[in-house]
Design a protein around this ligand. Structure first.
Ligand code: GDP
Ligand code: IMO
Ligand code: MG
Length: 427
């Protein structure tokens, strides 16, 4: 019963989409279990680039069933736009299945996301503005709209009215905005009901039956450990649980179903939005990493903040998610540096920390202590085995492995599906 979770080990955009897609046609079910269309997962297959926001990356493998679990928040406009966009390129999504318990992102969630950020000013989170946080707030506040609510018109109208009562008060009195019309919102959501209906099944049962039959179920994380609402750099986090354990909650499978947890780690560090990032480079080196790595957000197009690899950040993720393996991505981007610094510890007010400090106040003041490793100048994008890599590259990988405390089982040396090195098979 191979249940395998792919999870981001830094602050997102590590290459989870590519790593998921690269596992190929041996995957029977590919499940998104958390987040919404704040995610942007890029795949490059046969020279074609696909940017997925809501659909699981398994969608490009015809024999894999794509699944949206109960833990995801679904913007149906985005979902259907994505499905239509893929159909125009010959990719069929008719076999997508969606949990009846997944919550929807309604138009008012996006409005609230944007006005809240504006209101926060300098203290903003730097969200993607997709309404993800407000949709999760409503879920926890027990006033959310679930996919199954779309199939009962009167019930839906009642729920939208209840959800909007307080929000309209806030919008008008606090944010000086126009009130939203519950009837219009209801009508818009109802407009999607017929189209989504054939996709809606009891996802929990389907996945547990599949695992009973020894099918391969891959849970594709969105966001990352350090953006997790419980484990990340709160409040500069997303509003869900991207961690591996989130797969159990967000898809309805027990922890004993998970056999492998693969942490995806970029060979350097990036972050989008606000929040601490000790190894961030605000100089020409950071700009070079951004240019070489094309570090611009897949979802919002924002510049990603760039810096050297932070061993403490990935080690903390490896520990809390119990990584069985790490897939190291974008190693090719580091080609051409004479020396490559790697953060091995922090200095906080003169005290050395070998692991991430418990208190965020300390993390905010952490100064990275670097070890300089030898760089390499050879083009590694054509390497297909560990032995093909230059000696200095091998040493870099081995040092990262030591720092992270989990074995590196795969390496990405380019954006395309085949530009990967497999050290230990993940399936
Ligand atoms: P995700 O959100 O974790 O799926 O990552 P994104 O797709 O947002 O960002 C990762 C970017 O790096 C995408 O443009 C990928 O095509 C690209 N990418 C992934 N792995 C590699 C790699 O090993 N080398 C290079 N050069 N690019 C990669
Ligand atoms: P993938 O799956 C990178 C960040 C936002 C912001 C914070 C909260 O592509 O790795 P939200 O809209 O979720 O309320 O924003 O989280 N963020 C991401 N950063 N990659 C992502 O997804 C992200 N999803 C959210 O930039 O700082
Ligand atoms: Mg991304």
């Amino acid at each position: 019963m191979p249940g395998i979770v792919v999870v981001g080990s830094q602050w997102g955009d590590e290459g989870k989409g590519k790593a998921t897609d690269q596992l190929g046609d041996r995957v029977d079910y590919c499940v998104r279990y958390s987040g919404g269309n704040n995610a942007g997962h890029t795949l490059v297959v046969n020279g074609e680039r696909y940017a997925l926001h809501l659909l699981p990356s398994g969608i490009l493998n015809p024999r894999c069933v794509p699944v949206i679990g109960n833990g995801v928040v679904v913007d149906l406009d985005v979902l259907f736009t994505e499905i239509d966009g893929l159909a125009a390129r010959g990719v069929d999504a008719s076999h997508l299945i969606v949990s009846a318990n997944a919550h929807v992102i309604a138009s008012y969630h996006q409005v609230i996301d944007k006005v809240t950020e504006r209101f926060l000013g300098k203290a903003k989170i730097g969200t993607t503005g997709r309404g993800v946080g407000p949709a999760y707030s409503d879920k926890v506040n027990r006033i959310g709209i679930r996919i199954q609510d779309l199939f009962d018109e009167a019930f839906l109208a009642h729920k939208v009215e209840a959800a909007l009562e307080q929000k309209n008060y806030l919008l008008v009195k606090v944010y000086n905005r126009r009130a939203l019309d519950p009837a219009q919102v209801t009508e818009h959501l109802l407009g999607h009901a017929e189209r989504i209906k054939p996709h809606v099944v009891d996802v929990t049962r389907v996945l547990n039956d599949a695992l009973d039959e020894d099918k391969v179920v891959l849970f594709e994380g969105a966001q990352a450990h350090h953006l997790d609402v419980d484990h990340g750099t709160y409040p500069y986090v997303t509003s869900s649980n991207p961690v591996a354990a989130g797969a159990c909650v967000g898809a309805g499978v027990g922890p004993t179903r998970i056999n492998r947890v693969v942490g995806i780690a970029k060979a350097y560090t990036t972050r989008v939005g606000e929040g601490p990032m000790p190894t961030e480079l605000l100089d020409a080196d950071g700009e070079k990493l951004r240019t070489d790595g094309a570090e611009f957000g897949t979802t919002t197009g924002r510049k990603r903040r760039c810096g050297w690899f932070d061993g403490l950040v990935v080690e903390a993720a490896a520990k809390a998610n119990a990584f069985t393996d790490i897939f190291l991505t974008k190693l090719d981007i580091l080609t051409g540096w004479e020396k490559i610094p790697v953060c091995v510890a922090y200095d906080v007010d003169g005290v050395r920390h070998d692991t991430m400090p418990m208190r965020q106040a300390d993390f905010l003041r952490a100064r990275p202590l670097y070890e300089e490793l030898e760089g390499w100048s050879e083009d590694i994008s054509g390497c297909r085995s560990f032995d093909d890599l230059p000696r200095a590259t091998q040493t870099y990988v081995k040092r990262l492995e030591e720092l992270c405390g989990a074995r590196i089982s795969g390496i990405g040396v380019g954006p395309s599906r085949e530009q990967s090195i497999v050290i230990n098979d993940l399936l």
